[in-house]
Design a protein around this ligand. Structure first.
Ligand code: FES
Length: 315
């Protein structure tokens, strides 16, 4: 093998091409030679960052980050697995990268630097997912002023959010009288699962207090909730809504967690967790478990009924 052959390495640019790249050419230069339509507004001078690539494999085979790239990285607070194609060379082995911006229509997604600091541009994580729904709330909605309805939900969710935050969880979505939270963004699976379940117990406790001291007193009504919890690998990222980052969590375990929450009605039990969650608990509460087929899911799931009967179903 002569010197020249040794200086060529294999690169895959996902969705574009796989080819041999000279270690003398930046990834941008080599890709443009191959007619890959890379964005490069500043012409490769480490100014615009439109040539960003996501490194999928082979980070160790890339050139060190130079001063110019480091400045851009700092300015945009880019994560370590994002490099500038115009400043990056392949020094050995094979690498797999992906263009982040396909064309100019993608610029607004990534270039609003001041509000994009620390953003999650997409990664897989194992998260514990909590779905919560206020039960039997429709009669309340029908018989009270709009202000009262919203006031009650605000009051509840204010307390729930405090508990979720204190346990390192994040509310991902609220929909009507339900909410969906995820735990595990910065903790191990075991830690986050235990915190997620602890937060559910705290929410039940807070609800009991609010029912006794507030809802019964001012609205002559007790509020009940049903909660389902599951654990699994999901896709996460930040979406910008009105210039604010909003967490996104998607994947099959999300549907499973939602279905488990729904089953709290069928089993007349206000707190159900999947076997995956139960296995992670340090203190496993004594509970009934049951095998259940979830809609659209082939294998049956073992579920643990940790809660109590709904009082509105007792009547
Ligand atoms: S082309 Fe502008 S930073 Fe790479």
């Amino acid at each position: 093998m002569n010197d020249k052959v040794r200086r060529y390495h294999h690169i895959t640019i996902v969705n574009d091409a796989s080819f041999l790249i000279s270690s003398d050419d930046s990834i941008l230069k080599a890709a443009l030679k191959k007619k890959i339509p890379f964005c490069c507004e500043c012409g490769g001078r480490a100014r615009c960052s439109t040539c960003r690539i996501l490194v999928i494999h082979g980070e160790e085979h890339l050139s060190e980050i130079n001063v110019a790239e480091r400045n851009v990285q700092k300015y945009f607070d880019l994560p370590d697995n994002v490099r500038l194609a115009c400043q990056t060379y392949v020094k050995g082995g094979s690498v797999k990268v992906k263009r982040i911006m396909n064309d100019e229509s993608d610029y607004p997604l990534y270039l609003r630097n001041k509000i994009m600091k620390g953003e999650n541009i997409g990664k897989e994580m194992r998260l514990c997912l909590v779905f919560l729904d206020i039960r039997n709330f429709t009669p309340f909605v029908e018989h009270h002023l709009a202000f009262d309805v919203i006031h009650v939900v605000r009051k509840l969710f204010y307390h729930f959010e405090e508990i979720i935050k204190a346990n390192n969880g994040r509310i991902i979505e609220t929909a009507g009288d339900g909410l969906y939270a995820a735990f595990g963004f910065d903790q191990t699976t075991r830690e986050s699962t235990n915190k997620a379940v602890a937060s559910v117990w705290e929410m039940f406790k807070a609800l009991e207090k609010l029912n006794g001291e507030y809802f019964k007193r001012y609205f002559n009504q007790e509020i009940e909730i049903g909660v389902g919890v599951h654990l699994g690998k999901v896709v996460t990222g930040d979406l910008l809504i009105q210039d604010n980052p909003h967490p996104l969590v998607m994947g099959y375990p999300v549907n499973v967690a939602a279905r488990i929450q729904d089953l709290t009605k069928k089993f007349n039990n206000n707190f159900i967790v999947s076997e995956e969650v139960y296995r992670e608990l340090r203190h496993k509460p004594i509970s009934v478990h049951t095998l259940e087929r979830l809609k659209g899911v082939e294998q049956p799931f073992t579920l643990y009924l940790l809660g109590e009967e709904f009082s509105y179903q007792k009547e």
